[in-house]
Write a protein that binds this ligand. Sequence first.
Ligand code: AMP
Length: 283
Amino acid sequence: MIIISTIHEMQAYVQVARKSGASIGLVPTMGYLHTGHGALMERAKNDNQRVIVSIFVNPLQFGPNEDLDRYPRDLPGDERFCSERGVDVVFAPTVTEMYGADGALTRIHVATLGEHLCGAASPGHFDGVATVVAKLFHIIQPERAYFGQKDFQQLSIVRRMVGDLSIPVDIVAVDTVREADGLAKSSRNAYLTPEQRKLAPRLREALLRLQAAWSRGERDVPAMLAEERAQLEAVPEFRVDYLTCVDSDRLQPVNTPAPGQSVVFALAVFLGKTRLIDNLIVQ
Ligand code: AMP
């Protein structure tokens, strides 16, 4: 496995790989890797002759009061993690390498899809995501790129951007990897105190109850959400940012689902300063 930190070197590697006819799978990450990221790498390894993992904590997707400086980082550990999974290249540029000394002035904005859910609390977040992903696609030109279903809004936005801009890359979605108690794996779980960690599985439990109610045929979505929100808000350590039901296509709120409509129940909840997200798609 090789470690590349400059765009020029990354482009040179890709040129050689392409000449040899190798297909390239890209797994974009912000590092502090866990088995959720590992599932993306395994899938990429399965589908492609070369796997490139980018590790870049992207300042464009953090708001002024968000956790950019304290976002967990462990590059040596991440390199070991990638090497053990047969990754060919770790691309880990610095911020200056990616955006230049005076920063980038260009942003990719995917309208509508980025305005609700996680975009409401952090305006500009998804512009930062779309911009860095577009940049990685241009540098690496992968056949396929792998994204987790856990960040389903990000996945929808990337898919839409790729379609709208005719970027020749297949976007592959990978199911959420969870801890034994159901908590979605996340680099941010490292922030949780032991007490918060014990409470965290309740987020998934709320989504599972919504799914169960849906399976029983309940369709009064506002009442279903209000009941679960009240349960979550009864826990003093929780602050609900959102708990909602959206259509899986354009991510607009759904109050009265159409027959056969596929929807996503999604939530973001603060435990202290740590914001966790999760979601569940129901058909
Ligand atoms: P991040 O490093 O948090 O930006 O995540 C990088 C990629 O890994 C994104 O596509 C995430 O959706 C995906 N990912 C993060 N956590 C998980 C998980 N628990 N299961 C599957 N994919 C995940």
